[in-house]
Design a protein around this ligand. Structure first.
Ligand code: NAD
Length: 280
């Protein structure tokens, strides 16, 4: 049976450290602040925003929430971002994605001051990740790296297979593994021989968005399996992209869903917010 990589436990440790760091910063007159912007009433987005606000409260980070109606125009949203870019109490700006269809996500992301872009989605920050000299790491891939380190596995020289090539998870994940000298393969919807490719991996990161898609027969004995997927298959049932039941019998270490990558993502957002305050 695989070792369980509990993001819940690791993130609690990270948040405890950050809490102390925030307290020490406040004594020096530095008060980290995060603005969270949500447009419309997507229930999943609401849950994520609430968890982010709660994490700020727990850590003593100042936060502001801007809950805008689904009818918000592009101009209104850009104007809010401009205000937040100039607001000195705010060090980090997070616009919860996805935005309603009539809004242009790309230009909204580009409007955020890169120094306040705690999600690291702005092209300036994406470019910095590419060259390996960055301040902010996108929260989910950063959380995955922390969990890999926790499992005690060296990435250097290892076969790493990332399934999914989104800008938010798959691509930056591949870059972070590459920076640690992994031999990285990215699989996606057009990949042939997915099973054979995944089976080679010492480290598998699944970010597909398909419930229980990666099964135990695709996993090499002893591999580290990180499941980024969050799929709601019933009102109260979340499952990952990895079929935990079969994969955990073969893997050396595996993340559960929930309680794996999810809580790590929020801890990394808090880390980026503290970093933003320090940089500014
Ligand atoms: P996305 O839809 O943008 O990307 C999915 C990727 O999967 C695509 O690149 C696509 O090429 C690939 N794919 C689709 N079908 C495939 C197939 N048959 N074989 C191989 N690859 C295939 O999704 P995303 O934003 O990257 O998110 C992926 C999953 O991670 C979702 O379940 C999402 O909810 C979850 N997620 C979790 C966190 C977290 O904090 N844990 C954060 C972000 C996303």
């Amino acid at each position: 049976m695989a070792k369980i990589l509990s993001g819940k436990e690791v993130s609690a440790r990270i948040k405890e450290e950050l809490k102390q760091e925030v307290a020490a910063l406040k004594e020096k007159g530095i008060f980290p602040g995060l603005a969270v912007v949500i447009v419309g009433d997507d229930p999943a987005s609401r849950v994520y925003v609430n968890s982010k606000k709660k994490a700020c409260e727990d850590l003593g980070i100042y936060s502001e929430e801007y809950a805008l109606s689904a009818e918000t125009t592009q101009e209104e949203l850009l104007s809010l971002i401009d205000t937040l870019n100039h607001k000195k109490e705010i060090n980090g700006i997070l616009v919860q994605l996805p935005l309603p269809k009539h809004l242009d996500e790309e230009s909204v992301i580009q409007a955020i001051d890169p120094k306040k872009d705690v999600d690291a989605f702005h092209p300036v920050n994406v470019g910095k990740i590419m060259v390996g000299n960055y301040d902010f790491v996108p929260c989910t891939p950063a959380g995955v790296m922390e969990l890999i380190h926790e499992s005690g596995i060296e990435v250097s020289g290892k076969e790493c297979v990332v399934i999914g090539r989104s800008n938010i998870v798959g691509k930056p994940q591949a870059m972070l593994l590459l920076h640690e000298n992994g031999t990285v393969t990215i699989c996606h919807s057009r990949t042939k021989d997915l099973k054979e490719t995944v089976k080679r991996a010492d480290i598998v990161v699944a970010a597909v968005g398909k419930p229980n898609f990666i099964t135990g027969d695709m996993i090499k004995e002893g591999a580290v399996v990180i499941d980024v997927g969050i799929n709601r298959i019933a009102p109260k049932t979340l499952v990952g992209d990895v079929d935990f039941e079969s994969a955990s019998k073969v893997a050396g270490a595996i993340t559960p869903v929930p309680g794996g990558v999810g809580p790590m993502t929020i801890a990394m957002l808090m880390k980026n917010t503290v970093k933003a305050a320090l940089i500014q």
